[in-house]
Design a protein around this ligand. Sequence first.
Ligand code: NDP
Length: 479
Amino acid sequence: AQASIGVTGLAVMGRNLARNLARHGHTVALYNRTGQRTQDLVEQFGSEGEFVPTYSPQEFVAALERPRKIIIMVKAGAPTDAVIDEFTPLLEPGDIVVDAGNAHFADTRRREAALRERGLHFVGAGVSGGEEGALHGPSIMPGGSESSYASLGPLFEDIAAKVDGAPCCTHVGPDGAGHFVKMVHNGIEYSDMQLIAESFDLLRGALGYEPAQIAEVFRTWNSGRLDSYLIEITAEVLAHTDPATGKPFVDIVADQAEQKGTGRWTVQTGLELGVPITGIAEATFARSLSGHVDLRRAARGLAGPDRTAPSVRGSVPDSFADDVEQALYASKVVAYAQGFNQIQAGSAEYGWNIDLGAVAAIWRGGCIIRAKFLDDIRAAYRAESTLPTLLASGEFRTAVEDAQDAWRSVVSTAVRLGIPTPGFSTALAYYDALRAERLPASLIQGQRDYFGAHTYRRVDRAGSFHTTWADDPRVEHEV
Ligand code: NDP
C-alpha cells in the first residue's frame, strides 16, 4: 500500500497524531526506532484506519507517495537531528519533512536552511493540545514554505481542532515561524497558569476558602469571560480529593513546579528581541523559585504578616472574590498583550509577516490556552492588524480600565497579607508604566551619563548630549 503520509516517533504524541490521521481516512506509514512501538500501535489501534507498519527507514520511505510527507515526532534536540540525518539521504527533491516536536525556532531555521539546500521542504510545526489534542484535534502551527503548506495544509486542517467549523491550523510563516509561535503559546500558558494559581492562593489565603469551595468559584468564572480550558481543569484539580489520605489533592502535591524549557526559551527570546514580556518572565521565575527548596528552607520564618490571623484577614472586602476575577482578567489581558507583541517583534526580526489575528484564531481550540477570550483577540487584530498593544484596543481597553480598581485592591490586599502575587503585580506595574506620562528612565539616563558618559537625549531639542559631571561648573555638550 502507498501511504499519503508517514509518522516516525511513535511515543504518545506521534502515536496519537498517526491515529488521528488514519481516523480521517489517510493512509499512514509508521516507523519507530524501537519496532515494538510500531507493532503495538497496529495491534491496538489497527482497526481505526489504514496503517502501513514499517521496520526500517528504507521501508518507511518506500511506503510513501511522492512527494513524500514525513512527520517526525521524536524527543526534541539532538534526537530530532539524528532522525533528520537518517532520513534525508533517502529522500528526493520536493519531499517534505515535518518536525512536529517542540523544537527551538532557531534550530528549525537552521534545519530548514540545510534541507532547502538539498531541495527538501522542512516544516517546523508547533502542535499543542497534549496527548488528547493530538488524537482528537490539536492546534497546529506550521511554518515552512508556502508550497509545502499547499500539500500539507489539507491534511493538517483535517486533523486539527475546529472552532465554528474553522480548523485550528494556519500557515504561520516561513522557516521557524511556527515553532516561534508555539514557543510564545507556551510562554502565555505559563503566565495563564501562574495567574490562576495566584488567584487560588489569594482566595484561600485572604478568604480562608477550602479548595473545594475555590473549585466552585472557578466553575462560576468559567461560565463568564474567563471561560477557558485552563480554568476548567483548575476547577477539576481543586475539587479532587486524594484517595489515600482524604485530603484535597492540591495539598498532597509537592509545591515545586517543573518545566521543560519552552517558558525559558520565551523569556530568553523576549530579552534578545527587547520585548518586555514581564508576565511570562515572572511566571517562569515563579516556577524556578518554587523549586529552590534549600533557598526556601533557609528563608522560612522571615518576619511578615500572619495571613491566618483574624485581625489581618478580617479587613478583606466582601467583594474580594469578584475583585480577584477582575484582577485575573486584567492580568491575563496584559500577558496576552505581551505575548502577541513578542510574536510581532519576532515576525519583524525574521521577516515572517505573521498574521496575529490568524494566530489568535487557531488558538481558540485544541491547544492548552484555548479560551473564549481568544476570539476577542482575533477580532481586535482583524479590526487593526498592526495594533501596537491589545491594551489599547477598544473592548480590552474598557474592560481593563473597568477592572483596575479591583486589580489594585487585590494587589494591595496581597501585599498587606504577605501573599506573593508576582503575576498580578508585574501585570499591574506594566499597565501603569505604559500609561505613565513620564517614567524615571530619565534618571537612569542621567546616572548612565554620569558614570559612563553614555549620553542622553533631551525632551526639548534633537541630538545627543553629555554633561561633564566632574567639572565645576558642569557643562553640557552636544555630541
Ligand atoms: P518523547 O519526547 O518522550 O520522545 C520519545 C520518542 O522519541 C520515541 O518514539 C523514541 O523512540 C524517539 N527517539 C528518542 N531519541 C531518538 C533517537 N535518537 N532516534 C530515533 N528516535 C528517537 O515523546 P512524546 O510523544 O512525549 O513527544 C514527542 C515530541 O512532541 C517532543 O518533541 C515533545 O516535546 C513534543 N510535544 C509533546 C507534548 C506532550 O504533551 N507530550 C505536547 C506537544 C509537543 P524509541 O521508542 O525508540 O525510544
